[in-house]
Design a protein around this ligand. Structure first.
Ligand code: SAM
Length: 332
């Protein structure tokens, strides 16, 4: 999400995006588990403040939920919110491409529903000192997991000009990427960047006022690009979507909400390739081994209604896709 609203108390901080639609899409996977006499298990791979998880645990009283987040602050807050359900939850500090290891540690072999609500949370944007927001002066950090990895300051102070152009253009879709990268490289020779304010000041100096008027805050796209780079969001997602599919039981469903076209491209490509027959063209019959493992549940992407966007501006760029496993998993 890219909206940067004024801070609110935690309890009011956010409305889960497409909550009812996500839950309705996941429900038949849990039903399939029950019909086999199994306890339904879900993974919320992006626990955040636990909004979607809380709704799932309320709606399905027999559900066991594994909540994953790479942000320890989010895990602590969600833990508080989900305390009434603690007997049915496992909350784990991990990156979501580690689903296989997380499940192995918990002794769970497969799951019946997986939800991924990608990107940054309202909490992360509101906590000024995390450095995600261009509207507040704070240390230039932007790590979702503050216990490891490079910060946004490391990126702007050490990357070559070419690499800065590449990430700002590609991940920020910023047409002034060349000017911004050049300004960063020049400015850092006098003094390395330490704060968001210093970066915003340099960006403002090179983005034409007219462009800023039509395209929103001049630093918006550069901040998005840096956040994606710092957290290696797209590389992780490329590994995570196949990992989620691999963990899904027969009839299990995977629901993903993206907020950036490059995220959606990755989700679409993996979902499509796993939902089509692998039979060579012109093959007269479809052998079992060529049958698709998944079927798509959404026609293209689903988007929030105007009413939902009015209630929750961060939903505006959400794109939802979902699949269901229709062929048994290959187990080692
Ligand atoms: C948009 S928020 C999720 C909000 C949540 N659905 C709710 O209802 O509160 C995304 C969350 O996913 C986490 N996250 C993003 N990328 C992650 C990754 N690769 N691995 C684990 N967690 C990640 C972020 O730290 C953030 O808390």
């Amino acid at each position: 999400m890219e909206e940067q609203d004024a801070p609110k108390p935690t309890s009011e901080r956010h409305v889960p995006v497409l909550k009812d639609r996500c839950i309705n899409l996941l429900a038949p996977g849990f039903e399939a588990a029950r019909s086999r006499g199994e306890t339904p298990v879900a993974i919320d791979a992006t626990l955040g403040m636990g909004g979607h998880s809380e709704a799932m645990l309320q709606r399905f009283p027999d559900l066991h939920l594994v909540g994953i987040d790479r942000d320890e602050e989010a895990l602590a807050l969600a833990g508080e919110r989900l305390r009434p359900f603690s007997a049915r939850t496992d909350l784990v500090h991990a990156v979501y491409d580690e689903i296989e290891a997380v499940l192995a540690d918990l002794g769970i072999s497969e799951v019946h529903g997986i939800l991924m609500d990608l990107g940054v949370s309202s909490l992360q944007l509101d906590e000024r000192e995390r450095g995600f927001a261009y509207s507040y002066d704070a240390p230039l950090d932007m790590r979702m997991d503050t216990s490891r990895g490079q910060t946004a300051a490391d990126v702007v102070n050490t990357y070559s000009e070419e690499d800065l152009v590449r990430i700002i253009r590609k991940w920020g879709e910023e047409k002034f990427a060349g000017r911004i990268a050049n300004r960063i490289v020049t400015a850092r020779t006098t003094k390395p960047f330490a704060t968001t304010g210093e970066l915003v000041e340099q960006i403002r100096a090179v983005v034409p006022a007219a462009a800023a008027k039509s395209g929103g805050h001049p630093a918006k796209r550069t901040f998005q690009a840096l956040r994606i780079e710092v957290n290696e969001e797209l590389d992780v997602l490329e590994r995570a979507v196949p990992a989620a599919l691999a963990a899904s039981a027969m009839g299990g469903r995977v629901v993903v909400m993206s907020y950036h076209s490059l995220e959606d491209k990755i989700v679409k490509s993996v979902f499509q390739s796993r939902s089509k027959s692998s039979a060579p063209l012109g093959f007269p019959v479809e052998l079992e081994e060529h049958k698709p493992e998944f079927k798509t549940l959404t026609k293209g992407t689903e988007v929030p209604t105007p009413e939902e966007i009015a209630e929750n501006p961060r939903a505006a760029s959400a794109r939802l896709r979902a699949v269901e496993r229709i062929k048994a998993r290959r187990t080692a």
